[in-house]
Design a protein around this ligand. Structure first.
Ligand code: HEC
Length: 179
């Protein structure tokens, strides 16, 4: 049995360094979602290096294992969408957190166990129709997990929306909830 750190770590560090090179966001920006680990878990996904989505190298930007959490307001809309009500709009105050982890791997026997090793970043979408009118009513931000400081400037936030806007039928939210 041996412990092997995923090769993803170097890419993850690169991602954080790129993100920190952006100017810090202004005060009107999205807040760190304190207590988001007590929100409802929506879904989990794994992104590996080389994954291109909508022309963007997500394998470089968000490599690793992510868990998505939604606060109570956001959950109301996730449930409505799950029940099939097309055109559901998330209400102001909805907060969705994308909790990104560098996976670790423990190999044993003929298989392996992949687990959450170290938090890379916390990406957030917060709904406020007025404040974030130019990005579909959603504020986008990524936070440093250690300092909880925002890492994206306004231009970078626009890039988030550039991809999320391809899913207008679910109010620009990609993930789906199921009971
Ligand atoms: C190239 C496309 C793309 C870009 C760019 C992108 N995202 Fe996403 N995002 C996705 C996809 C696909 C999911 C769904 C992941 C899943 O279901 O596990 C997602 C999920 C999310 C979620 C959870 C809510 C949802 O829509 O499912 C948040 C929060 C989020 N992204 C924040 C951001 C932020 C902040 C940025 C900018 C730094 C960003 N995203 C840039 C494709 C993108």
């Amino acid at each position: 049995m041996y412990f092997q750190k995923s090769g993803i770590i170097s890419i993850a560090v690169a991602f954080v360094l790129v993100a920190t090179s952006f100017a810090l966001a202004d005060k009107d920006s999205v807040d760190y979602p304190e207590g988001f680990r007590t929100f409802t878990h929506v879904t989990t996904g794994i992104v590996t290096p080389g994954f291109i989505f909508n022309g963007v190298d997500l394998g470089a930007q968000v490599p690793g294992l992510h868990n998505i959490y939604a606060n109570k307001k956001a959950m109301r809309s996730y449930r409505e969408l799950a029940a099939g009500s097309a055109g559901t709009m998330f209400k102001d105050g909805s907060v969705i957190a994308f909790d990104l982890w560098e996976p670790g791997t423990l190999a044993s026997g003929t298989g392996s166990f992949t687990f959450q090793n170290a938090r890379i970043a916390v990406a957030v979408m917060e709904k406020d129709q007025k404040k974030y009118a130019s990005t579909g009513g959603w504020g986008f931000q990524i936070f440093d997990p250690a300092t909880k400081n925002p890492l994206l400037d306004a231009a970078a936030q626009t890039q988030c929306f550039a991809c999320h806007q391809i899913t207008p039928d679910t109010d620009f939210v990609f993930s789906k909830f199921s009971d």
